[in-house]
Every structure is written in C-alpha cells, then in structure tokens.
Design a protein around this ligand. Structure first.
Ligand SMILES: NC(=O)c1ccc[n+]([C@@H]2O[C@H](COP(=O)([O-])OP(=O)(O)OC[C@H]3O[C@@H](n4cnc5c(N)ncnc54)[C@H](O)[C@@H]3O)[C@@H](O)[C@H]2O)c1
Length: 269
C-alpha cells in the first residue's frame, strides 16, 4: 500500500524512544524526512544513526516541551533547515513516577511536573508547530493520548488526567484547523513495553510490601490477560502503524478522532 508519505517532512516529538522511535523508523521506511525533537541529550546522534541505517533524512534537535522557549528554539531550528513541515506526531510524555492509588497517596504538588510536561508540553508544541505546517489542504497532526485518559487510571491520576486533556485539546485543534485542511487525531495506546510503561510498574512495585512485589513481566502479563479482550500487549509497531496511517492521505477524511490501539480494552461507539 502506497501511503504517499515519500518526501513529506514530519516532526516527531519524543521520537528518540519507544513509540516515537518506532514511528520515526516507519516514516523513514516510507521515505519521509523526519525531524526529531526530544529532551534526550543524544537526540542528534540518535537521529543521525537512524538516517544512516535507513539511508534517509533524519535530524534531531534537543528540546524540552515543558519550556515554551525551548520549543520555540526547536521551531526556529526546524524552519532554518526545512522551511516548513507537512505533519507532526507528538509522543513526548512522562508518568508522575509515583503510585497514585488512592489519589491521596499523592500531594497536589506531585501533579505539577505532569501538568507542565504532558499538558503544557502539548500546548507549546501546538503553538510552535502549527505555523510551521505548510497549508496545502493536506497536513496531519497526531497526538498520543492513552486509554488512561478515557477510563481514569487509578495508578497514576495526574498522568491519567493529563491524557484526558490531551484528547480534548486535540479535538479543539481539529475543529480550528479543519478549514486549512489540517487533520488532527489522537491515538490511544493500551499497554506497550517502553520506559514510560515500565516506570508505572516501578512506582507500583516501590509501594508494595516485599512479599507482594512482582516482576514487570508478571505484573503486566497478568493485567493484560485479565482486562484486554485480545489478551496481549501492544507493540510499539502496532501504535506506529496507526499513527503513520492517520498521517497518510488514506485517512484523508478522518479528523477529530480518538483511535484506541489497545486490543479492545476500551470499547466505545
Ligand atoms: N507505553 C505505554 O504503554 C503507553 C500507553 C498509553 C499511552 N502512551 C503514550 O505514548 C506516548 C509515548 O510514550 P512511550 O511509551 O513511547 O514513552 P517513552 O518513555 O519510551 O518515550 C517518551 C519520549 O518522550 C521524551 N520526552 C520525555 N519528556 C520530554 C520533554 N519534557 N521534552 C521532550 N521530550 C520528552 C523522552 O525522552 C522519550 O524519548 C506518550 O504520550 C504516552 O503517554 C504510552
């Protein structure tokens, strides 16, 4: 299937790890040009390694989405290199790092880092990236939400609430940008083995008495087989496939949608 993404310029925020990295690799396979924005200090070298491996075009700019100034700098850096972009994928997010069940285990100030990175990060990225998108009735934005944003995950309320905000703000953007032909959608992964997912287990594990601690694999395997109809983990490629499809003209009439790639965990109509 030709996804007609060859030559398209795509910013992948959080593209140095997990789902963002898998998306970057898939976009490079499709012969798109990828610009990674990520907080990791090795972002530039990750990008040049990916460019070498794929024989494609990939560059990286270190950027902290929590800081408006840092995101604006990444925007200026991008404009200097490629002038405009066609698409944006925003994958950067963090968990609170604390076990939040019940919610009173956390203090209100435990929320602030999450709000700044996960919500304000999306706001900063939208404000900087949208003006970079070439208006040719074509561009696409994909934001990463989470099933946690739909069902209120008790393990990490700040993360869960931020993900609900991400879904909602993406719908506002979808309505605002539709007249320019820019489509905006959200992909909600279920459970994917990445550093972020592992950090949720770590926070749970740290809060358990010694005899109740379980390995990451046991904890997650049990959870997935109990609550997910397809009874398996999602992979980073499962999520990247949906993201890349949504960017492509094959999804040309899809905007404002929240698509779950979660093995049927959350079903809605
Ligand atoms: N892994 C899962 O099970 C799962 C489930 C539901 C939703 N998600 C969502 O998928 C997205 C990607 O998560 P992942 O699991 O691939 O995580 P990950 O930790 O593997 O990747 C996140 C990337 O974001 C970057 N990042 C973090 N803070 C940043 C900041 N302040 N500025 C810029 N970059 C920053 C990290 O360096 C990393 O490269 C997130 O939005 C997450 O909420 C993941």
């Amino acid at each position: 299937m030709d996804l007609k993404l060859a030559g398209m310029k795509v910013i992948v925020v959080g593209g140095a790890s997990g789902i963002g990295l898998a998306t970057t690799k898939l976009l490079l396979e499709e012969k798109a040009t990828v610009i990674i924005w990520d907080i990791r200090p090795d972002t530039e070298s990750i990008a040049s390694q990916l460019a070498g491996e794929s024989n494609g075009e990939c560059s990286g700019c270190q950027c902290d989405v929590a800081s408006e100034e840092s995101v604006q700098r990444a925007g200026a850096w991008t404009r200097e290199r490629v002038e405009y972009v066609d698409h944006l994928v925003h994958c950067a997010a963090v968990g609170s790092g604390k076990f939040g069940f019940p919610f009173s285990n956390l203090q209100p100030q435990d929320w602030l880092k999450n709000l700044q990175i996960n919500i304000m990060g999306m706001v900063h990225v939208a404000h900087t990236a949208v003006p970079l998108i070439r208006k040719h009735q074509y561009g696409g934005l994909v934001f990463l939400g989470s099933v946690a944003g739909q069902i209120g995950s008790q393990t990490d309320p700040p993360y869960s609430a931020c993900k609900a905000a991400n879904i909602n703000f993406a719908q506002c953007l979808a309505k605002d940008l539709a007249p320019d032909g820019i489509r905006v959608n959200t992909v909600n992964p279920g459970m994917v083995q990445t550093p972020l997912n592992r950090s949720v287990w770590q926070a749970w594990c740290d809060a358990q008495p010694e005899e109740q601690k379980r390995s990451y694999e046991e904890w997650a395997g049990e959870k997935v087989s109990r609550v997910v109809p397809l009874a398996r983990w999602q992979t980073v490629d499962d999520i990247a496939n949906m993201i890349v499809f949504l960017l492509s003209p094959r999804a040309g009439n899809v905007t404002g949608q929240t698509i779950n790639v979660d093995g049927g965990f959350v079903m809605h109509w």
